[in-house]
Design a protein around this ligand. Structure first.
Ligand code: TXA
Ligand code: MG
Length: 351
């Protein structure tokens, strides 16, 4: 299959609309289209068409028990697919939609089991990216979309990343440039009594508590509980992972830098190439290895935005090892550390 990449240009409303309509038609006809959202690129299909949903699993090599998020563009669409939307969830939608928040509800029969990985609940998100919203409308209102990477690889934050993984496997990629946030949406389960966070993201616990008060954290996400399975099926796999072995070094900043210098030297002695994930502040302290700044500690949004791109760059440079500094676990840092820990497969050195 040939993959066409269609560029969405700034200030070209009319031709962009045509392009997005062509893409929407392709989805209505049961095809797959990768498209930008504000978090990461998604791989979209008609969420109400079981055959189309199946194609997503095939293209990604995704286990079929891992459910998809349905992307909508209006609140009316939510009523058609969720059998009960609690008042707290409506408040969340008012505050955070369109935006990087996914909510889980009991599903209606119209949603096929192929989309929900066999579950009787459905994950729903109204994305905040104009191209995504227009595409959803053009496609009939319901797009099932996981991140547009091969299963297990870092999520794509550029159309080029999508092409790396999906070239020849899907008919179309809409290229809307770099995404703004860079890590996947926050997921909150509203299908039971107390809302529970299943995946941390850009919308933090503190932001949500201000709107609805109490929220639980999935016990399977808390580091010490490594024997408890996370509730979101996708969170149990080694995930977001580069091909190189990633090791996270945690502790006081100076000690972390010393330790990483030592690790890189040792890697070199045993004939391995190593990459270092540093920050604008620490870049200059490293003596060898391929050193990349992920962003600045003064603005942790930058760290989230560049994380996946850096992991993919190290893959392209074919490093054997990646040593990464740790980041604050507050705010967006909680999501960053969740992804880094998963990418490291729990290889963490405390100094
Ligand atoms: O930001 C995002 O959410 C991106 C963009 C494209 O919207 N999408 C995304 O999808 O990250 P994906 O498929 O890569 O991750 C969806 C996660 C998986 O961990 C999946 O197991 C979980 O959501 N999930 C989906 N439906 C669920 C359900 N009904 N119950 C529990 N977990 C669910
Ligand atoms: Mg994903």
């Amino acid at each position: 299959m040939k993959t066409i990449v269609i560029k969405i240009e700034d200030n070209q409303e009319i031709s962009n609309r045509e392009k997005i309509h062509t893409a929407g038609k392709l989805i209505q006809d049961g095809g797959l289209v990768a498209f930008p959202t504000e978090t990461v690129y998604g791989l979209g299909a008609d969420a109400l068409n079981p055959d189309a949903a199946r194609k997503i699993y095939q293209a990604k090599g995704r286990p079929s028990d891992n459910p998809l998020i349905i992307h909508i563009a209006s609140m009316e669409s939510l009523e058609k697919i969720a059998s009960f939307v609690p008042p707290m969830a409506r408040k969340m939608a008012e505050r955070f939609w369109p935006g990087p928040l996914t909510m889980i509800f009991r599903k209606k029969d119209i949603v096929p089991m192929e989309t929900t990985g066999g579950l009787d609940t459905v994950a729903v998100r109204m994305p905040g990216h104009p191209v995504a919203l227009e595409l959803i409308q053009a496609a009939g209102g319901y797009i099932a979309a996981p991140s547009a990477n091969t299963s297990g690889r870092p999520s794509p934050t550029l159309a080029e990343h999508v092409a790396e993984d999906m070239q020849g496997r899907i008919p179309m990629i809409l290229d809307g440039g770099a995404v703004g946030i860079g890590i996947e949406s926050t997921i909150v389960d509203f299908s039971e009594q107390t809302p529970m966070v299943l995946r941390p993201g850009y919308i933090t616990l503190e932001m949500m508590r201000q709107v609805i008060g109490e929220l639980k954290m999935d016990p399977g996400l808390i580091e010490e509980n490594s024997d408890v399975h996370p509730r979101a099926p996708g969170m149990k796999y080694r995930h977001y992972a580069p091909r190189a072995e990633l090791v996270l070094v945690n502790g006081a900043q100076e000690k972390v830098q010393e330790k990483i210098n030592e690790l890189v030297r040792n890697a070199a002695l045993s004939g391995k190439t190593a990459g270092v994930i540093a920050t604008d502040e620490s870049c200059g302290y490293y003596e060898c290895g391929i050193v990349k700044s992920i962003g600045t500690r003064r603005d942790e949004d930058t760290i989230a935005r560049h994380l996946y791109r850096i992991l993919r760059e190290f893959d392209q440079q074919d490093v054997d090892m990646i040593y990464s500094e740790s980041f604050s676990s507050l705010g967006i840092g909680q999501a960053v550390m969740n992804r880094l820990r998963k990418a490291a497969g729990q290889r963490v050195i405390e100094v």
